[in-house]
Ligand binder design. Structure first.
Ligand code: FMN
Length: 337
């Protein structure tokens, strides 16, 4: 997510409970081709412990997509995801959801990205204006032999203002099975956490993956894995490593939780505050390379400072801070509660 899932926040989420696949924020191919790294403002900064990590790129010039995808390959990314769903005005001038209306460019962009030698996937929406555009649009994309199609179950016009169209999942699975059984299908839209995603996957056999976006704002632990995996989960996530639970941030002793306990866990204030401290430390650590202003941190405070008496007042106070040390000071006396 743009201005959210940079190298700092990906590490925060990893600490809280890692997803099976990481994606960067989207980065514009044409901007990079013309202005180099300063145009992408640290969006591709990464470390080797984020695995697998997919670079999400966008644009409307296939030549630029090829050059940028090759650059991503050189940087060591594990795959390229092409954004064909962003509704932002700045994106739809040339790319993002505009490609839904420019299938020739969408096809050329996929071909261009494949020249990087990396696996190529696409993230898109059901259509531009009408939900029933989905069949024709997804048919076009599925015919391109991509490794994964992530479908945000809304149109561009719907933004995120209506409920995701889960009622279409089975039909989309059927289309995928007919056209490109080798292409994985990832579902996105309104998924709260891993358990919720797995429930959807169980209900709709054939779904291979779930993507969580805004869920991370209400629960940074949303990707946390239950200790006892069901066979469905193994199939869905492709998890091959021994099952282990990521320790909670700030957790002193390890405790084992059942799947049910997990889904109903209410995160303790101290756990969230410890995660915020980790976030602040990471921000300071990456600041010299990432160069993002302190102000950009403020959108994250609501993730951690919530659901306790005085939370609102504390958030307001944090909005007036100007350094990470000021934030540390402001939260110091609630750290151990
Ligand atoms: C702040 C913000 C930034 C986003 N940036 C991106 C992005 O860079 N690339 C992308 O594919 N989707 C982006 N999205 C869309 C989400 O990935 C996701 O498709 C959408 O929010 C619906 O899923 P959700 O209901 O799980 O949030 C962004 C969403 C938000 C709220």
């Amino acid at each position: 997510m743009e201005a959210v899932t940079d190298v700092v926040f990906r590490h925060v989420v990893k600490q809280a409970g890692a997803p099976d696949i990481f994606f960067t924020e989207f980065a514009n191919a044409t901007g990079w081709v013309h202005a180099g790294d300063k145009a992408i403002a640290g969006r591709l900064i990464k470390t080797d412990d984020e695995q697998p990590l997919i670079a999400q790129i966008w644009g409307g010039e296939p030549g630029d997509m090829e050059a940028f995808a090759k650059h991503c390959a050189e940087l060591g990314f594990n795959g390229i995801d092409i954004n064909m769903g962003c509704p932002a005005k700045s994106a739809i001038k040339s790319g993002g959801a505009a490609l839904i209306r420019r299938p020739d460019i969408a096809i050329a962009a996929i071909d261009a990205a494949k020249k990087s030698g990396l696996p190529v996937s696409v993230k898109t929406r059901l259509g531009y204006t009408y939900v029933d555009e989905w069949r024709e649009w997804l048919t076009t994309i599925l015919q391109q032999d991509i490794v994964n199609l992530t479908i945000h179950l809304r149109t561009k016009k719907e933004m995120s203002k209506v409920a995701a169209h889960y009622e279409l999942i089975d039909e989309i699975v059927k289309l995928r099975d007919e056209i490109a059984p080798q292409t994985l299908l990832t579902i996105n839209g309104d998924i709260r956490d891993r358990e919720h995603g797995l429930e959807i996957a169980r209900k709709h056999p054939g779904v291979n993956g779930i993507m969580i976006g805004r869920g991370v704002f209400s629960d940074p632990f949303c990707f946390r894995r239950a200790i006892e995996l069901s066979s469905v989960e193994e199939a869905v996530t492709g998890a091959s490593s021994p099952v282990s639970r990521t320790p909670r941030a700030g957790e002193a002793t390890r405790k084992e939780y059942s799947e049910t306990e997990y889904s109903s866990t209410i995160h303790h204030k101290s756990e969230l505050i410890a995660l915020l401290h980790y976030h602040l430390d990471l921000f300071d650590h990456y600041q010299p390379t990432l160069g993002r202003p302190f102000e950009t941190l403020k959108r994250f405070f609501k993730i951690y400072i919530r659901d306790f008496d005085g939370a609102k007042e504390l958030r307001e106070k944090l909005m007036h801070t100007t350094t990470t040390d000021e934030v540390r000071l402001a939260i110091a006396n609630i750290r151990d509660l």
